[in-house]
Design a protein around this ligand. Structure first.
Ligand SMILES: Cc1cc2nc3c(=O)[nH]c(=O)nc-3n(C[C@H](O)[C@H](O)[C@H](O)COP(=O)(O)OP(=O)(O)OC[C@H]3O[C@@H](n4cnc5c(N)ncnc54)[C@H](O)[C@@H]3O)c2cc1C
Length: 252
């Protein structure tokens, strides 16, 4: 990942990076958590961008689920267990009150494209983060005229961290947000009682776009998270003339 800085690049000669203190940690499952962080100084960003967090000189990118209008930064993190994961095993051992380094500037162009008004936002698990930030910011600004159709895929129902929030927004603002979570392993015992959509998110996008009566016009598809999902989605949609904006969380 181009944005990630190898540990050896952070020598003693480097200027000290700003710190961000963990002010809240919510464990969703053993491999998923939400952190709220308080940067030591002003931190400006656009909804949908990512921050670069670090610990012990290891830095990684994290999409912001918070809106710029909020007091704290919020990230939704998935553990990549040892021996593959490097920073996330360290992060999962961290607690409220501890600090991480934060690059002074947020980055990324995975932001809302104001030129169109129908936004089909497809995510795998943590890939929902930028959409949460975009929707929160949109609502807090009182903007009008846009509709966000959020489709989130996960293996298990307990991985839909922002489900309550997104469903509540969808109930309150049905003209602004439509939210469909889908589980890819409906027969697994972790999904007992699930009565929502099933199937991989990339496999059901077209069916849902048809149900919602969405044509090509004035529409942009966003894809965030698992590179395999993004690849497949683009193969399905681009030949049919849809535009797809993407944010891959890792290389395959
Ligand atoms: C723009 C951008 C935004 C990102 N936003 C988020 C975010 O909001 N939440 C989040 O959890 N991660 C996000 N990531 C991934 C994040 O930067 C780290 O790569 C991830 O947290 C794993 O870090 P690590 O140091 O433990 O492992 P790494 O050293 O980064 O990766 C170890 C190995 O695991 C693979 N890998 C990385 N992430 C995953 C994963 N989730 N599932 C399976 N394999 C993986 C890598 O390709 C590599 O082979 C983002 C990445 C980018 C480029």
């Amino acid at each position: 990942m181009a944005e990630q800085v190898p540990a050896e690049a952070t020598s003693a000669a480097r200027p000290r990076l700003p710190r961000a203190e963990i002010v809240e940690r919510v464990d969703i499952t053993e491999e998923l958590m939400v952190l709220k962080l308080k940067p030591e100084g002003p931190y400006t960003y656009k909804a949908g961008q990512y921050c670069t967090l670090g610990r012990r000189g290891i830095e990684r990118a994290y999409s912001l689920a918070s809106a710029p209008e909020e007091e704290f930064l919020e990230v939704f993190v998935e553990l990549v267990p040892l021996p593959d994961g490097v920073l996330t095993p360290i992060m999962f051992d961290m607690n409220v009150g501890e600090t991480m380094s934060i690059r002074p500037r947020a980055k990324g162009i995975f932001t809302m494209d104001q030129r169109c008004h129908k936004h089909v936002m497809v995510a795998t698990v943590t890939g929902v983060s930028p959409y949460v930030g975009i929707v929160r910011s949109y609502l807090s600004r009182g903007d009008e005229g846009h509709h966000f159709y959020i489709l989130q895929g996960a293996s298990y129902q307990d991985e839909f961290t922002y489900r309550d929030e997104l469903e509540a927004i969808a109930r309150e603002h049905p003209d602004v947000v439509t939210y469909v979570p889908t589980v890819s392993r409906p027969d697994d015992e972790r999904n007992v009682g699930w009565d929502g959509a099933t199937g991989r998110v990339n496999a059901i996008v077209e069916e849902w776009m048809e149900r919602w009566g969405l044509g090509h016009e004035d529409l942009l598809v966003y894809a965030c998270g698992h590179p395999g999902m993004i690849e497949d989605l683009k193969e399905r949609l681009e030949p049919k003339g849809y535009r797809v904006k993407e944010e891959r969380f890792w290389k395959q």
